[in-house]
Design a protein around this ligand. Structure first.
Ligand SMILES: C[S@@+](CC[C@H](N)C(=O)[O-])C[C@H]1O[C@@H](n2cnc3c(N)ncnc32)[C@H](O)[C@@H]1O
Length: 231
């Protein structure tokens, strides 16, 4: 991959930059997708660490990454945990890239990567000990469907972990905002997750500038989307 050519193209075509960024963050593809997901790995390592601290450390735990991008977070977790990993991403190119990055784990049936949409996942009910997602919530077309699906595939007692940039980050300038995307304040996201029946929902700030946050919530057997309450 010629990174310099990609960088030059991005810097010398300002009119197209916004479109390029929008498409490559929402659904990275091709060489540009490789470049943008590498950049995400550099900028978002604090979010990756926050997620690592919260996923199940149990031997054989089943852990799902929703929107795994180039598979870097899965790789980091696989190096540290004795777990079974799953990933779903809407971009077929990301599946290819993440499979390459995690070739050994995939070959040994320790990691299973799928192309698909969070709003309709091909997993059984009550299957995962942890479901995490990093920087994907802005792109969900129907957030209610997505959070219902996440809750459905989690075991009772399982954790949902969500790394995200707060609405305040995107509201600094119009150039950070894209049509069709949804940004959440910490309060809005917490309310949405609580509405879907998650319990003990907590949000921690992850960076000094207070833009990056990590939410964690638990699925409890007796909670439903309708009757849940805040902590
Ligand atoms: C900004 S990237 C983040 C990638 C990775 N989580 C990271 O932090 O490096 C967003 C990822 O979510 C995926 N994605 C977007 N909408 C999705 C959806 N509805 N279902 C599954 N994956 C989705 C994109 O294809 C992309 O790989």
């Amino acid at each position: 991959m010629d990174m310099n050519k990609i960088k030059a193209a991005v810097l010398t075509t300002p009119k197209n930059v916004k479109n390029l960024i929008k498409t490559q963050f929402a659904k990275p593809e091709g060489k540009a997708g490789e470049f943008f997901t590498l950049a995400m790995n550099v900028f978002n390592f604090k979010l990756y660490n926050a997620v690592y601290n919260l996923v199940s450390k149990d031997e054989g735990a089943k852990i799902l990454d929703v929107g795994f991008g180039n598979g870097d977070t899965l790789k980091r977790l696989d190096e540290k945990l004795d777990a079974e990993f799953y990933g779903i991403d809407i971009s077929e190119d990301m599946k290819v890239l993440a499979t390459k990055a995690n070739a050994e784990a995939v070959a040994r049936n320790r990691m299973f990567l799928t192309t698909g949409d969070v709003e309709q996942m091909p997993y059984e009910d009550n299957f995962f000990d942890s479901v995490y997602t990093i920087n994907t919530i802005y792109f969900y077309k129907d957030a209610d469907k997505a959070f219902s699906e996440i809750k459905r595939v989690l075991k009772d007692g399982g954790r949902f972990i969500c790394g995200f940039y707060s609405k305040a980050y995107f509201e600094r300038s119009e150039k950070y905002q894209f049509e069709g995307e949804t940004y959440y304040s910490t309060r809005e996201l917490k309310e949405l997750v609580v509405k879907h029946g998650f319990e003990n929902v907590k949000i921690k700030v992850v960076d000094d500038k207070k833009f990056m946050y990590c939410l964690v919530g638990e699925k409890r057997g007796n909670s439903t989307d309708a009757d849940s309450t805040d902590e």
